[in-house]
Ligand binder design. Structure first.
Ligand code: HEM
Length: 243
């Protein structure tokens, strides 16, 4: 039987029915849906937007996909089943450029653009700033991702190469690259999110080259809890086999 996340929790709940009630299971699934759906979907929209704005990066990602999973797309013989069968943990781990391009997208377009906490008790921050019980303390991941102070003078540029050394992805401290939060309450679904986003991107980029339907249409964010694109993002998908 294929085990999805709900069936795994259901099996666990049979061992521990007192604590893992239906209400508890409902809350877990809702939590995963709220935490995981819009964040990953919006990141994919911004990722494809960045690939359209930076066609060279798009070609480099597509080339890496071809190099790692066997180059079939290039021979015009690509078959979706072959491509999907070639996506394994081992092949995903080899796609450093794809990982860098997604991370660069999240630096500039963090799915949770503002996050924070409310102080339970009076406290003093490491720099001496006094926080009173009930005060809110927020950080702006969106602004932090664009600060030259943190990322250097080229902070506004979309440059996946900044994450690579000799072709290998170099992670940053989560307190610097804050898109998934940091510390004990860091995103639990980070690896899951990268994997899902990579699988979808590999499947699409193996077969299509993407372009903005209207290069002149401004693309802005909409102020919401997650970083949505304002309106829609019409793209043209051009078959790689035809070009
Ligand atoms: C690009 C995708 C994602 C981004 C940018 C993201 C970002 C974040 C951030 C910033 C937080 C901290 C929220 C806070 O405590 O204030 C968080 C928490 C969390 N995320 Fe994600 N997330 C993503 C995808 C996912 C996915 C796919 C799942 C589940 C399958 C998930 C599950 C969770 C859970 C369970 C928490 C709460 C962790 C805790 O409080 O201990 N996330 N995420």
């Amino acid at each position: 039987m294929t085990e999805d996340i709900l069936s795994r929790f259901l099996m666990e709940s049979e061992k521990n029915p007192e604590e893992m009630t239906d209400l508890y299971l409902r809350d877990i699934i809702l939590n995963f849906m709220i935490a995981g759906k819009d964040t990953s979907a919006n990141t994919l929209s911004w990722f494809f937007y960045m690939l359209c704005k930076n066609p060279l990066v798009q070609e480099k990602v597509a080339q890496e996909v071809r190099d790692v999973i066997g180059g079939k797309a290039e021979d015009n013989k690509a078959n979706i089943d072959d491509v999907v069968a070639a996506i394994t943990d081992a092949t995903l781990d080899q796609m450093h450029y794809l990982h860098a391009a997604m991370t660069e997208t999240l630096r500039l377009f963090p799915a949770v653009p503002v996050d924070g906490r409310c102080a339970d008790v009076d406290d003093i921050l490491p720099d001496g700033f006094k926080v009173k019980k009930g005060d809110g303390v927020y950080y702006m991941a969106y602004a932090m991702g664009r600060m030259p102070y943190i990322w250097g003078e080229d902070a506004p540029e979309f440059r996946p190469e900044r994450w690579l050394k000799d072709g290998i992805f170099q992670p940053e401290s989560p307190f610097k690259f804050i898109a998934f939060h940091a510390g004990p309450r860091i995103c639990l679904g980070k690896d899951f999110a990268y994997r899902q986003m990579k699988i979808l991107s590999i499947a699409l980029l193996s077969f299509f080259r993407f372009k903005l339907a209207d290069e002149t249409k401004p693309v802005n964010y909409k102020t919401m809890f997650t970083l949505h694109i304002d309106g829609d993002l019409p793209l043209c998908a051009v078959s790689r086999a035809a070009s």
